[in-house]
Write a protein that binds this ligand. Sequence first.
Ligand code: ADP
Length: 399
Amino acid sequence: MKSSDSDISRSTLLRRYFQVMEIAQDLASTLDLDTLLNRIVHAAASLSDSVAASILLYDGANNQLHFHSSTNLDTPLMRGLVVPVEGSIAGDILTTRQPIIVHLVEDDPRHFKEIGESIQFKTESLLGVPLITKDKVVGVLEALNKRVGRFTLEDQELLTALASQAAVAIENARLFQQSDLIAEMVHEVRTPLASINTAAHLLQRPEISEEQKRKLLETIQGETRRLSEMTTSFLDLARLESGRTPFAVEEVELAGLLNEATETMQSKIRERDLLLEVDIPARLPTIKGDRDKLKQVALNLLSNATKYNRPGGKISIEAQAGETELSFSVRDTGRGILPEHLGSLFEKFYRVPGAEQVAQGTGLGLSICKKIVESHGGKIEVESEIGVGTVFTVHLPLS
Ligand code: ADP
């Protein structure tokens, strides 16, 4: 009887190891970090027969771990949740580089309850393993709440095998992501640098007039400003894309946030002689989110509506609550965008041909908006009509 029991468990274990191999092949086939981490947590939950699984990535700059992906939460807001390295279970796994099994998490003083409370998930048992590549620990993979019985050493072995494959795939995806971004950045930086260089050379010519000198200096100033904006925005975007931006999750009151954003933009709106119409109900349900980042979205849309408007035109900002979502839109009476360009608007560095003549920009603002909105589980849409104007609408799910 005994031997057949262990035969069964041996064949189950073998089947599971095959599963790990298959998963590893699948993991190697994607370089998209979000997709990859999502696959890893699902594989971890299924392999260890757990209710849920999560990945925490290590942020060396701040010595923190933060949630990146999880099977039981579709809300990407979880990404912002930070777990301290000191005194937490995940932190211990990270620093000792050893797996940990905790049968009764509630009784463990290291358990970091705040997370469970904020996402309304009660962790009962836990199996965590470090994600190690070469010499580096990139994070921790945790399986939570074993469905039947307790976590076993076999579960631990399997998860460790999965983690070592996963860690390599994560590192590759990150490297790929960075090299891709850096290549794009370098490409974009070349144009303003070339303009500055040319202007500086021309300035040395004795024959140029005062008027020409003034124009060249303006070019240098303008391009320097653009480079500076580009680096700030680029850093924002790189952080958002790598999942290293912590989101400070709180209850956000949208009306207040939008009013503050319009207030900030007032002087620019007045400068351009634009009319501002605000239709924001005073009482809107709150949503869970990062207030500063959501405000950044509103500011960016308002700034575009100002920059790309016609003098004497109008900007309307409105908000409404639906059953499952809050939405707000920013409408302008600018020249509009041709349908063939609408699909590319949210791509990094994309500017509609001719935009340069209308206003300065980097082409990064809308990519950042999209990332932020999607990180809140929402979406951003654009509609435009040539000669009439453009409207951007942001939809955010109610928590
Ligand atoms: P930036 O304004 O810095 O160039 P964005 O990413 O915010 O970058 O916008 C990308 C491009 O989309 C802009 O360069 C512009 O061509 C176009 N665009 C954005 N908002 C509007 C708008 N309200 N009206 C017309 N075109 C717009």
